[in-house]
Write a protein that binds this ligand. Structure first.
Ligand code: ZN
Length: 662
């Protein structure tokens, strides 16, 4: 701006000059968030469609974003899975609260790591690509404003960061606009649920406050986002049939392909029983006239929806809280055939939960939340004299008690199928040490003969290191130096639902000046869900075997069945419902713990059993050691795997004994 000083000598000239200056200060037109984003946000390179943000690529994002300027709306909940842009919907509002209607805001993620990932892979690339944002946000290490890992400042406000695991980052901070990302990954503390705490603290902003909470849902009755969705006005996005013109929301039940026998997720096992699926024939069937829509027709219907009377429709009265459900078929990038392929893959590996959560944005109902001992007892049968043919890998799980160790040896096949090969008790006080020698002998010497005469040994073991007094220390002492032999220490912990079953290990010092021991935390609640689900599958299966099936030998004692089915998954009602495993008093559960630890050993090693299986078809594997290329260095997550697949194993220098037999 330049004011002509000479003109100030007369008032007419001055008015003209000041008018011209004010012209330059006139704010840009007040755009709605979606329109502002189209004008100012650039999607970074490396995304499906880089360049200026376009609503036509994600028609479902417009309305939830624009609620931000609806004076009657205080809360928006998005129960959205992957691929449909829930992160972008939040970023759009956050950018708008920086560039168009500046106000302070808070961004919460489940953990510090999640926050770092969001900053590095979502927020910063968007800022770097978009001039408007880059110019407004204070420069790092700049003299004006703040720009660091806990806060970014811009004219008119601050963007503050918090994570749910830290009361410290939440305490004493507040903002009128709050975004809570992946809320199903938050764990309620004694003080309450992290979202409720933030919301309560923002009360000082009165009617100015606005909450946007988004998440992939997790387990039924334990999902925060599902409860939030149900508390809101429950909106579904309607599109018009290109054939009959009727409006409708999209449902998984209406996706058709050759080979489909299920009518929805509830009877998915009907699809698992057949191998003649043709995902490339996938099409969407109109609920009213049955016409089959191609991907192109579906995407056009999505883009046109709002213009032809469709779009988001509430199914409950609006009381200041708008809630939205959408799943992968609402993506303009995702092909139905790919969604179907994903479904069939997940079905094959017994992981329907992640398909329900991530692709369909639905909670997953756990069947077998308390299996009956008697029904499982009934399916036991006499194993052959040799190792059952399906067994490709053997692990051991051991539970530590004050006067004994209990262990289970489990043989694993493809797709979660398992054989309980042995269960035993080793008597002796672990503090005295001898009982560990007994365990070591079993791990080292136990061999299982296969039908072709070759043998398989125990490839990996997990020992529980929980307990009080000197017991954890005794276990650490014994474990020191055994990682190379794949004997791992584990400790049960209870993160929120949806976390990896075995995240990265923690270092523990074993004795003074001694080398440290890696202890793997095991999300026991989640692992028990897997065990219970498999028990339920096993007792309801028409055939002996298949994905997830648990084979139990005939000579297994009755007590074992009582213990492995001892715990029940219950819902604790409260502000936010919580699902928890409960062990009735005077009941023992060592058998369940041993199974969980044997499963953890499998998860830590994560061998590619399909590869092993194919090798076996050519020639038998001579020892329990895996070929080099079959030991995956990553862990996968059985249940909802949002956060999974990023935890490296400790490097294990294994002496590879495997060789292809001549
Ligand atoms: Zn129709």
């Amino acid at each position: 701006m330049k004011i002509d000083l000479a003109a100030l000598n007369n008032w007419r000239g001055a008015a003209r000059a000041i008018g011209g200056a004010l012209q330059m200060f006139r704010p840009p037109p007040d755009l709605a968030p979606s329109a502002w984003c189209e004008r100012n946000l650039k999607i970074p390179e490396g995304n499906a469609v880089p360049g200026y943000y376009r609503i036509m690529n994600a028609p479902i994002q417009r309305e939830p974003m624009d609620q931000f300027i609806n004076p009657d709306c205080r809360r928006v909940s998005l129960m959205w899975g992957a691929q449909i842009g829930k992160t972008m919907s939040a970023l759009g509002c956050q950018a708008y609260a920086i560039g168009q209607r500046p106000r302070s805001q808070m961004m919460m993620q489940p953990s510090q790591g999640d926050l770092k990932t969001w900053l590095e892979t979502k927020f910063q690339p968007l800022v770097d690509a978009s001039d408007e944002l880059r110019n407004l946000i204070a420069k790092p290490r700049g003299r004006e404003g703040v720009n660091n890992q806990s806060m970014k400042s811009y004219p008119g406000g601050f963007l503050m960061f918090a994570w749910a695991g830290s009361t410290k980052t939440m305490r004493g901070r507040s903002a009128p606009f709050i975004v809570c990302d992946e809320v199903d990954g938050y764990r309620a503390t004694d003080e309450g649920h992290p979202v409720s705490l933030l919301w309560q603290r923002s009360a000082t902003f009165g009617d100015d406050r606005y909450l946007l909470e988004i998440s992939t849902p997790t387990i039924k009755d334990a999902s925060y986002i599902e409860a939030a969705f149900l508390a809101g006005d429950q909106r579904y996005f309607q599109v018009r049939c290109p054939d009959c013109g009727e409006l409708q929301a999209l449902h998984w039940a209406n996706v058709q392909w050759e080979g489909r026998r299920s009518s929805d997720l509830a009877d998915a096992e009907k699809d698992a029983e057949h191998d003649d699926h043709e995902p490339d024939t996938a099409a969407y069937a109109c609920e009213h006239c049955g016409a089959l829509w191609s991907d192109g027709q579906r995407i056009k219907a999505l883009r046109d929806a709002e213009a032809v009377g469709g779009g988001w429709k509430a199914t409950r009265p609006f009381k200041g809280h708008a809630s939205y459900h959408a799943w992968e078929a609402y993506s303009t990038f995702r092909k139905l055939a790919d969604i179907v392929r994903d479904y069939l893959d997940k079905l094959k590996v017994d992981d329907l939960q992640s398909f329900a959560n991530v692709s369909l944005s639905r909670t997953y109902e756990i069947k077998g939340d308390g299996a009956e001992a008697g029904t499982l007892y009934a399916v036991r049968y006499a194993f052959p004299d040799h190792l059952p043919d399906g067994v490709l890998y053997i692990t051991l799980g051991a539970d530590m008690q004050m006067d004994r160790l209990e262990y289970e040896i489990v043989g694993w096949g493809e797709n979660g199928e398992s054989w309980s090969l042995a269960y035993g008790v080793l008597w002796g006080d672990p503090l005295a040490g001898e009982v560990f020698d007994d365990l070591e002998r079993i791990i080292k010497e136990r061999q299982f003969e296969r039908s072709d005469g070759s043998t398989l040994k125990i490839s990996a073991s997990c020992l529980d290191t929980g307990g009080t007094g000197g017991y954890p220390q005794a276990a650490w002492d014994w474990l020191r130096g055994k990682t190379g032999r794949r004997i791992f220490g584990v400790k049960g912990y209870s993160p929120s639902w949806g976390n990896p079953i075995v995240p990265a290990p923690q270092r523990r010092r074993s004795g003074k000046n001694a080398r440290k021991v890696d202890i793997f935390p095991v999300a026991v609640d989640e692992a028990k869900v897997v065990v219970m689900r498999r028990i339920a599958q096993t007792v309801s299966s028409a055939i002996q075997g298949g994905p997830g099936y648990m084979h139990i030998p005939e000579d297994r004692e009755e007590e074992w069945f009582k213990q492995i089915t001892a715990e029940k998954l219950v819902v604790r009602k409260g502000n936010v419902n919580r699902r928890e495993w409960v062990l009735p008093s005077k009941t023992r559960n060592e058998a369940l713990d041993c199974r969980v630890y044997a499963y953890a050993a499998l998860k830590i090693m994560n061998p590619k059993l399909r590869v092993v299986s194919e090798e076996n078809r050519e020639a038998p594997v001579r020892t329990g050691e895996m070929p080099e290329d079959t030991t995956n260095s990553q862990m996968s997550v059985e249940a909802n795997n949002q956060a999974g697949d990023k935890h490296p194993l400790p490097r294990i220098k294994a002496r590879r004994k495997w060789r292809r037999p001549q």
